[in-house]
Design a protein around this ligand. Structure first.
Ligand SMILES: Nc1ncnc2c1ncn2[C@@H]1O[C@H](COP(=O)(O)OP(=O)(O)OP(=O)(O)O)[C@@H](O)[C@H]1O
Length: 369
């Protein structure tokens, strides 16, 4: 194996599109030789059917061609041997759940609701895209096993994760790394898994899916107070919760149950989102279709039950464009960021990600004298 330093420097600027690391670090560059202005380079793909083959090919050629001493690029693509793949897997994979390590800097936020249909998944998809558009590295786990809808909301209804042996690489949509139970269920069949299987599935997502370094990991939780909520708190003890409700008093009461599970799990409820708060009519007036006050009431009650501050993060109006954005797979915060509903979601995304983080469990790197 021969590796010319100047060529390696150029190749180090090329990232594997799925693993998001320089190809030089991933052991993908087998040889790189410069002879009479011609760069002869062999790059190894992780698997033969690599969906990113042409992207890698184009990026490598462009990076090499940019060197002044290179007049021609001769690129050969090969495939890693099982032993090379095993080495790569070892170098990438942590034995445990990376996000549950006390020194992890990833904020993990579960989005919960009392009942279905309050817009939890739509808001989760929009929040994830808002955070990614703000330059954060965002992962999203669709853990709503009975109603997985995140891939559709993000425009990748049929996306399949790439598998490198036992390692799973999540598809990326609008800059968000997404994994959904729906991606592992053939033909959109309903999932009838019970507690232990759900726990195992979530555990597998958290250990086997290679998200890489993330600033935020969002989880779209199933509505209610089911097994997944308990599993999340066990597998991700530092995770936080946001509770979504509509303004309706009855909905807020059901949501209170979902939020107060945090008393048992020890999770922090970082806020309430009220969705479908009002509808702006053509004459400019507003109509409170589902009543008023549910979000503020829920936040107040959760504060009492949990004994911690629970702010109402925002109120998102009904907006047909939000629904249409979900159907089209382009969330409203990306297609119409100026709309009042998107503006609310963008503000909430910033409020959630710019909070100072607690120092509990973090290594501060200082030694007492
Ligand atoms: N602010 C809004 N304005 C207009 N339509 C909305 C709004 N929020 C959600 N919707 C629509 O309401 C419906 C339910 O939303 P969504 O699927 O996100 O709810 P959910 O709480 O995740 O439900 P489930 O948990 O049952 O999957 C969808 O058709 C969605 O497009």
């Amino acid at each position: 194996m021969s590796l010319a330093p100047r060529l390696l420097e150029a190749l180090a600027t090329v990232q594997d599109p799925e693993l998001r690391r320089p190809i030089t670090e991933l052991g993908m560059v087998e040889s790189a030789v410069l002879a009479d202005g011609t760069a002869h380079v062999k790059v190894l793909l992780t698997i033969a059917a690599c969906p990113m083959r042409s992207t890698i090919e184009a990026d490598v050629s462009a990076a090499l061609a940019a060197l002044p001493e290179v007049t021609e690029v001769k690129l050969e693509l090969g495939v890693m041997s099982p032993a090379q793949r095993a080495e790569l897997r070892e170098s990438l994979k942590s034995r445990s759940i990376p996000f549950s390590d006390p020194s992890s800097l990833t904020r993990v936020i579960g989005i919960a609701s009392g009942k279905g249909g309050v817009g939890k998944s739509s808001l989760t998809a929009n929040l994830a895209c808002a955070m990614a558009a703000d330059g954060l590295r965002v992962g999203l786990i669709d853990a709503d096993v009975h109603g997985f809808s995140i891939p559709g909301l993000l425009g990748i209804p049929n996306a399949q994760p790439t598998r490198v042996d036992e390692m799973i690489l999540p598809p990326v949509a609008h800059g968000v790394k997404v994994i959904s139970i729906g991606m592992f269920v053939p033909d959109n069949k309903p999932v009838i898994w019970r507690g232990p299987m759900l726990h195992r599935a979530l555990e597998q997502f958290l250990t086997d899916v290679h998200f890489g370094d993330l600033d935020v990991l969002l989880l779209d939780l199933p509505p209610g107070t089911g097994d997944i909520a308990i599993s999340v708190s066990q597998l991700l003890p530092g995770s936080e919760l946001v509770v979504v409700t509509t303004p309706q008093a009855a909905a807020a009461q059901v949501a209170e149950r979902a939020g107060s599970i945090a008393v048992q799990t020890g999770q922090k409820v970082v806020g309430v989102i009220e969705n479908m708060s009002w509808l702006v009519l053509p004459d400019g007036s507003t109509m409170e279709v589902f009543g008023a006050g549910g979000g503020a009431e829920l936040a107040k009650r959760l504060e009492l039950v949990l004994g911690t501050e629970v702010p109402l993060l925002g109120q998102v109006p009904l907006d047909p464009m939000l629904r249409a954005g979900g159907d089209a797979g382009v969330p409203l915060v990306l297609s119409h960021p100026e709309s009042p509903a998107a503006a609310q979601i963008l503000a909430m995304s910033r409020a959630l990600t710019r909070r100072p983080r607690g120092l509990a469990g973090l290594k501060l790197g200082v030694t007492p004298v």
